[in-house]
Design a protein around this ligand. Sequence first.
Ligand code: SDX
Length: 435
Amino acid sequence: MTNDKNQKTFTLKNDETGQEFTLPVLEGTCGPPVIDIRKLYAETGHFTFDPSFTATGSCKSRLTFIDGEKGILMHRGYTIEELAEKSSFLEVAYLLLNGDLPTKPEFDKFQTNITYHTMVHEQINYFFRGFRRDAHPMAVMCGVVGGLSAFYHDSLDIWDPEQREISAHRLIAKIPTLAAMTYKYTMGQPFMYPRNDLSFSENFLYMCFGMPPEPFKLNPILADAMDKILILHADHEQNASTSTVRLAGSSQANPFACVASGIASLWGPSHGGANQAVLEMLDQIGHKDNIPEYLEKAKDKDDPFRLMGFGHRVYKNFDPRAGVLKKACHDVLEDLGIDDPRLELAMELERIALEDPYFVDRKLFPNVDFYSGIILKAMGFPTSMFTVLFAVARTVGWVSQWKEMIEEPALRIGRPRQLYTGPDQRPYVPIDKRK
Ligand code: SDX
């Protein structure tokens, strides 16, 4: 419906009272329009009900657009395929944070800012000492990143644009350092200090795989693959962990605490933990002859087994990131001369699943996690580190989405409501009177 002011509207009718309610429809640059229900409860006395928010727009955003039906992913209007092929992770970070691709001087200044924030306070080293060496790296990251706000009192005024920018740069720069320290700690190896002469991804690989007694042999193929993987995981609209960061930030919590909440949410196997689960699944399947048995398990509602790395809340077509990673998988393994049987197994699993009506009818395609683990394994990372690497990349998205939210006029604390199905009011019964 369109009313006389060319404002598109949606009209609801209460069948009981016959009363009609007109709600404005808002339209974005692309994607589905939204029904603005901000006045719904005041005007109708009703809430909406959408427990996993699959049909709910939680915010306006200019960062990332996803078309799940067409398999499109864009950051500030640039497709993920073009960015993965032509850009760098740090340039994508600038794009997400600031809205446009940087000029050379802008990029150089940004790169210098990030580089000179990569070190962490020496006291943070002692945080690690409290963890067991065999703690899951994501547990360590939750703890250490949560403690970061204890070190940066000078950049916690979220209303000061300069302090917001410093916090953003500190998080983007320090999370890789903490991730590498987490890896070194689990390996029982000494921490490697960041090097200012290396690029973002080169430095990250150096801090992970460098060893004090000998010079680090940088492999440009691995550095390029790392950078591509980070680009592909940088941001993804209002996914579970980003929504967690936004909700935490809506209470005006500091950005370090908000990113720590995002790390906790990302850890789940339905979300960022899936990349680790894919490798474990491939090792469980073991051989392509076992694929049919496991596909039957994945279809069996009584069996908890799911095809990890398959399906997506939004993509009901190929996840465009999976396509880029599948190609990168081949390139990296071939360049490194690695013959990982898991790649052949994954491709055979994908081929058979995509011919199976169960997966085709439910539009279950490989997602970003299906191939990423095979590359990360080839680079030398243990599966337990895979979600940490996802967090290194997604910190850019979390920080950019947090910054966008704080800069929105009239920030309000997020406060969903509910449909109450518990007991109606009843009197308290003393314990000696209870049956
Ligand atoms: C990420 O949101 C994001 O953007 C996330 C992410 C990002 O960049 O931030 O893209 C990163 O989290 C990718 C997803 C990683 N997770 C996995 O790979 C775990 C395996 N996938 C499933 O858990 C599942 O597909 C989800 C959680 C990803 C999506 O769940 P949905 O949208 O709630 O899917 P659904 O439950 O509505 O599925 C519809 C049907 C169901 O069967 P029916 O009830 O219709 O009979 O498909 C089935 C599901 O049982 N199904 C699967 C399946 N995924 C869904 N069956 C077998 N194996 C699967 N993987």
